[in-house]
Design a protein around this ligand. Structure first.
Ligand code: PMP
Length: 471
């Protein structure tokens, strides 16, 4: 791409087009983190934010389109259809603008409006589909993408299966890192989503030096680190299936990182280094710090930062959002203190599985003296995972009074909506306010449900602190 087609550019530093600015991203020492963590080796960040679209995904976007042009899947004036709302969409939109293609992105109505606006800003068309329909439904995201690909005779890059995705990193990210470290890179750490970044880069580096250690960072719960695909909040990484580019023969280690550590690390790197990074970047840095702690003084550990924190201002960098998921503590007089004061001090969440019967739910409530239970799909040995709804004594009583056979139905048939959530570090006053309308609250710590909070709990807490004050 870098051949100038205009002789007037000869001898100048004018890039022929924005596509020539994809790649060749800088590598920077994480000076302040190295000092703060007292790391024995060099820790450096590959800053993919300097790509024109602000993420590592510009590389595969360009490569997938060039490959489709080469093999005739994409002809001049053609159309690209891809179900994506993220960084790949931005990369494809940039390449499409530059090379004269029409771009149609299909996404669900769960996606933040800024993401829709961002893609439209590049001239792409966006089709929004309802998230609340089954995958087989004609209106679903999958079906609509399929139909549009067919109707518009479009090219569908499908980054999860496209070999041009890892090939892009093999051709650019790997050689850049080798040259930038003068062949002295000893460890490469990256988050894995489609696995394009880690696999392509690893393949190149291992060919140069098989001793380079490749470390995949993965959100706790994702399949790459042995999880079941249980939900987590970090975006863009982890999967509930193994994409085509997943190649464990190249990875020396997979490190699972919690949402909490990912987000807090993203905030810390942004504040300490002045490099604004997102949750998946925070996850990769958290893994890289673990790797660097065990490294030798001459080692060079490189971590790939895929994108900027700008896309996460309303989540990772929003204190209220972080507190509501139990990632931050607002004060001492917080929900954690109420739970500490509780006499039963349950150390794991009490809940009922959607497939268990109403009879079991009632029995569990009676046994533990509670009037509500969250309904959670659990994955032993972990406590609760995905919250599906809730059951309430009063509602169960009414249901069974109407239909006694409900007693042996699975809870999921009759359950009510999910309980409102509160973070473990949010103020007790917030809990009081919420309990004016809700009978119970689900307490989140580190993004996961840990307990149910009721009016009785708050009263007991007030009683305890009043007692302490007197004593
Ligand atoms: N972080 C973010 C924010 C991403 O969008 C992606 C791409 N899904 C990744 C990390 C992981 O990159 P890859 O798909 O190459 O594994």
């Amino acid at each position: 791409m870098s051949q100038a087609d205009d002789p007037r550019l000869a001898g100048t530093a004018i890039a022929p087009s924005v596509l020539d600015l994809i790649g060749n991203t800088p590598l920077v020492r994480m000076k302040r983190i190295m000092e703060a963590e007292d790391l024995p080796c060099v820790l450096a960040m590959k800053m993919e934010t300097t790509n024109p679209g602000g993420s590592a995904k510009d590389r595969p976007a360009l490569e997938m389109i060039l490959a489709a042009e080469r093999d005739g899947q994409l002809r001049p004036g053609g159309t690209i259809v891809e179900p994506t709302s993220g960084n790949t969409g931005v990369g494809l939109a940039i390449v499409a603008a530059q090379r004269g293609y029409r771009c149609v992105f299909v996404m669900t109505d769960k996606v933040a409006p800024e993401k829709v606006s961002l893609l439209k800003a590049y001239g792409a068309e966006v089709v929004v589909c309802p998230v609340a329909v089954a995958p087989e439904d004609e209106r679903s995201y999958y079906k609509v993408a399929e139909r549009l690909t067919h109707e518009l005779d479009a090219f569908r890059p499908n980054q999860y299966a496209n070999p041009a995705n890892p090939a892009a990193h093999y051709a650019s990210t790997g050689p850049e890192l080798w040259a930038q470290t003068a062949g002295r890179i000893t460890h490469f750490v990256a988050g894995a989503g489609t696995c394009g970044s880690i696999t392509g880069t690893a393949r190149f580096l291992k060919e140069q030096n098989p001793a380079v250690r490749i470390v995949a960072a993965d959100p706790e719960g994702s399949v790459f680190s042995g999880g079941s695909g249980r939900p987590y909040l970090v975006e863009g990484v982890g999967e509930d299936f193994f994409p085509a580019a997943w190649d464990p023969s190249l990875y020396d280690e997979v490190i699972a990182i919690s949402d909490e550590e990912s987000f807090l690390t993203a905030r810390r790197v942004s504040q300490v280094e002045g490099i604004l990074i997102g949750g998946s970047g925070g996850m990769a840095v958290a893994a890289a710090i673990q790797v660097a702690r065990r490294a030798a003084p001459d080692d060079i550990v490189v971590v790939l930062n895929p994108d900027s924190g700008r896309g996460y201002l309303s989540r990772v960098f929003d204190d209220a959002w972080m507190a509501n998921y139990g990632f931050l503590r607002e004060c001492d007089r917080c929900v954690a203190a109420v739970l500490d004061a509780r006499s039963d001090s349950l150390d794991s969440l009490l809940y009922v599985n959607p497939a268990e019967t109403v009879r079991v739910a009632i029995e569990r409530m009676r046994q533990h003296g509670v009037s509500q239970l969250p309904v959670c799909k659990n994955q032993p040995p972990f406590a609760a995972a995905e919250v599906a709804g809730s059951v309430d004594e009063l509602e169960l009583m009414e249901t069974i009074a109407r239909d006694p056979s409900a007693m042996d139905m699975p809870v999921e048939k009759i359950m009510g909506p999910k309980l409102p959530t509160i973070g473990i570090g949010q103020q007790v006053d917030r809990a009081v306010e919420m309990l004016e309308t809700a009978p119970a609250l689900l307490v989140l710590a580190g993004g996961r449900p840990v307990s149910v909070l009721t009016r009785t709990d708050v009263l007991a807490y007030f009683e305890a602190i009043a007692g302490d004050a007197r004593g």
